[in-house]
Design a protein around this ligand. Structure first.
Ligand SMILES: NC(=O)c1ccc[n+]([C@@H]2O[C@H](COP(=O)([O-])OP(=O)(O)OC[C@H]3O[C@@H](n4cnc5c(N)ncnc54)[C@H](OP(=O)(O)O)[C@@H]3O)[C@@H](O)[C@H]2O)c1
Length: 278
């Protein structure tokens, strides 16, 4: 297949290049091609003539999005509109990557693909807008929601090396116990996406490593596997943590739709161990 990746320098974009071995790939990212520039992204996609576009490009700074919701909507909403229109003009399918944050986190069981989104912060609202454009502008679309992504070189707090580095620098950490999600290894997600785009089974998917945990439990496991289990981790709650964005408290995803196609994930603990060993 010919596959075009937006956001190709990011965590997932890089993992996709690895997982797409044997396919013909190209990609774009900032600063060369901005998905908010409709002409630029349309030309980039038309020039490559892909079978599928995988849109990983996003403004993923959740607190930044809370400080500047208009910019969040421009990138994560209207940027997807541009990518979707370019797909429509070039007969390409779109796999758009979205987030567990489109849910409000007030449930008690992992969210299923058919649960109604109810975003509670500006990042989540902008990502929900992106889903809307993918869904309404195209017939041939996949929406792949994921959560708590990590990959080599990642700068977010889900990144195991960042957690270990912070633990060593600070000698102790404070981590919330009341935010629950699915830590997900970007390479596992990339392999699932590559399997999914070959099915032609368009629709909504929840692609995450199996199982879920709190941020606190995740950090404890990272430190244990990283040989830093003696670093104290103080359990705190979201209410103790002053930040611009409010994450959904309990927003793990359940993989029902992809599992029905035979696309399943290993448990998050096994993926984390494999990542740290590699
Ligand atoms: N990271 C997570 O925990 C997580 C969880 C759930 C869902 N997701 C979703 O998964 C996808 C991939 O996430 P990721 O962790 O791989 O993100 P990432 O590492 O931040 O990669 C995103 C890439 O998109 C680029 N980008 C930003 N704005 C752009 C624009 N206007 N035009 C073109 N490229 C642009 C970024 O460039 P700069 O670095 O220069 O901004 C970056 O290279 C995103 O859609 C995200 O919303 C992520």
């Amino acid at each position: 297949m010919r596959v075009f990746i937006t956001g190709c320098k990011g965590q997932l974009g890089q993992a996709l290049y690895t997982a797409l071995t044997g396919h013909t790939c190209a990609g774009c990212d900032l600063p060369e091609t901005d998905i908010t520039d409709r002409a630029a992204i349309t030309v980039a996609i038309a020039d490559f003539a892909p079978d599928v576009v995988i849109n990983t490009a996003a403004w993923t700074d959740v607190d930044g999005c809370a400080r500047d919701p208009d910019r969040a909507y421009r990138v994560n909403g209207l940027g997807v509109q541009n990518v979707a229109l370019a797909c429509a003009a070039n007969d390409a399918a779109l796999l758009h990557v979205s987030t567990n944050e489109v849910f409000d986190g007030t449930t008690t069981a992992p969210y299923r693909e058919w649960d109604p989104p109810h975003p509670i912060n500006p990042y989540a609202r902008s990502k929900a807008a992106g889903e809307w454009f993918a869904r309404h502008l195209l017939n041939c679309f996949y929406i792949a929601r994921t959560a708590w992504l990590y990959a080599p070189g990642g700068r977010n707090f889900s990144n195991p090396h960042r957690i270990i580095q912070l633990a060593r620098e600070r000698g102790k950490l404070r981590v919330v116990t009341d935010e629950v999600g699915n830590p997900t290894y970007a390479l596992d997600l990339a392999e699932a996406i590559v399997a999914l785009i070959q099915t032609g089974a368009y629709g909504v998917y929840h692609l995450v490593n199996a199982g879920h945990c709190s941020r606190y439990a995740y950090v404890r496991e990272v430190l244990r596997l990283g040989g830093c289990e003696d670093v104290p981790v103080e359990p705190i709650s979201l209410a103790d943590f002053d930040r611009p964005s409010t994450p959904p408290r309990f927003a793990p995803l359940a993989n029902t739709a992809a599992a029905a196609l035979g696309i399943e994930f290993r448990p998050w603990q096994a993926a984390l161990e494999a990542y740290l060993e590699a």
